[in-house]
Write a protein that binds this ligand. Structure first.
Ligand SMILES: [Zn+2]
Length: 254
């Protein structure tokens, strides 16, 4: 119910901000500003100190449908540079708008460690541990895990698993929050209670802050051919109010 109450309030309070600066590629509505999303007081310090690109800031939620900037980036890329029609896709921890977008045109299987959280998005969601995916090698044309690696203690193993279940020529999308300010990923396995994780990593269920360069290195080590499409190279998508600073990580299994 909270979702509908929030959405009702946003629709109402943004009714005077209709305009053509931003277009939502989920619902098609246009506004001069989208709604902001700010981190909690507990999360804020780490995010600011390391300038983490983590999905906060101005123009995050579409005031009409509440689609987020990170989903709009995916929808933009999958509508242009990486077509998804007819593909066999594994969607890890599916996000509502992205899942519906994919489901309309592709064959999508979704999984999560806690599938109950996602039943309303996909009633057929299956249990799976990303470090031990219950699928044969070479099963999928695409694997999408949008902002999941920062939650997984053994992220290298999860990357290898994603690589394994992809078909040769397949593409993985594993966007994650990152900092371009730090050369080394900030992680410490002994920090494993929510309060400390907020203070250290900027979210109570994150286990690290990735250094962007290190994140790309880990993905290469898992076997991927890695291409980073910087935010500056994504200008054609700025009108969808994508997250400033977030580039697209193109991961190919050759
Ligand atoms: Zn929208």
């Amino acid at each position: 119910m909270l979702f509908y109450a929030q959405r009702g309030w946003l629709r109402f309070s943004y009714r005077s901000r209709k305009g053509d600066r931003f277009t939502c590629n989920n619902c098609g509505k246009q506004y001069d500003a989208f709604a902001p999303r700010y981190p909690s007081a507990a999360d804020k310090n780490a995010l600011e100190q390391f300038e983490v690109v983590a999905g906060y800031g101005e123009n995050v939620y579409c005031p009409w449908c509440m689609c987020t900037s990170r989903e709009r980036l995916m929808i933009a890329i999958f509508s242009t540079k990486i077509p998804v029609a007819g593909k066999r896709i594994l969607h890890l921890s599916p996000e509502p708008f992205l899942f519906r977008f994919l489901h309309k045109q592709a064959s999508v299987i979704s999984t999560d460690l806690v599938p109950g959280f996602y039943k309303q998005i996909d009633p057929h969601i299956q249990y799976a541990d990303a470090t031990q995916l219950p699928f044969p090698t070479h099963s999928f044309d695409m694997v999408i895990g949008n902002h999941i690696m920062e939650h997984i203690p053994d992220d290298r193993r999860a990357m290898q698993e994603v690589y394994r279940v992809l078909k040769p020529g397949g593409i993985a999308v594993l966007q994650a929050p990152f900092s371009e300010r730090i050369p080394i990923t900030r992680e410490e396995p002994t920090i494993n209670d929510p309060q400390k994780q907020s203070a250290w990593f900027g979210q109570k269920d994150h286990v690290r802050i990735y250094s962007l360069t290190d994140y790309l290195e880990r993905l290469k080590a898992a076997g991927f051919q890695v291409n980073y499409w910087s935010y500056d190279s994504l200008k054609e998508y700025y009108r969808y109010a994508i997250q400033p600073g977030e580039g697209f990580i193109h991961l190919l299994k050759v």
